[in-house]
Unconditional design. Structure first.
Length: 141
């Protein structure tokens, strides 16, 4: 998965993982841990049917999202879901649009140094280049 695809997937998942009140993150959705690539794909397809087909840019954006979800692997998807959950947990009480503080970045770096069992297994299975998020956080390690 390219960095651009990973960023796009983070944007897609921001509609599924955080619980929001306006633009303030209230928590992590209870369904986040059970989120699958197929569930996201099904929702994107259902949403596309509701869009005004005359809005070419919106339809095009949704088709790009659907294509991305169809082309990535389940393992790649799960790695980004885990990252999005961690980011959401750190941003609780803040605006979705507020950048992470130095303290948040240090906490994320520590989490990546000692990954949870599930994430470690996922990373061992994929054995591919580190994610964009990890690349950024390595600067703070």
């Amino acid at each position: 998965m390219t960095d651009q695809q990973e960023n796009q997937l983070h944007l897609i998942l921001s509609d599924f993982i955080p619980l929001m009140a306006g633009d303030i993150i209230q928590g992590v959705s209870p369904e986040a841990e059970n989120l699958t690539r197929q569930k996201v794909l099904d929702q994107l397809l259902a949403d596309k049917e509701l869009f005004d087909q005359d809005d070419a840019s919106l339809v095009s954006w949704q088709e790009e999202n659907i294509q991305l979800i169809e082309t990535i692997s389940d393992e790649e998807f799960q790695v980004v879901v885990d990252e999005r959950i961690m980011l959401t947990e750190l941003q609780i009480g803040q605006s979705l649009f507020q950048p992470l503080s130095e303290e948040h970045l240090e906490v994320l770096a520590e989490r990546f140094k000692s990954p949870s069992g599930n994430q470690a297994q996922t990373e061992e299975k994929t054995e591919q280049r580190p994610s964009l998020l990890k690349s950024v956080l390595n600067r703070f390690s």
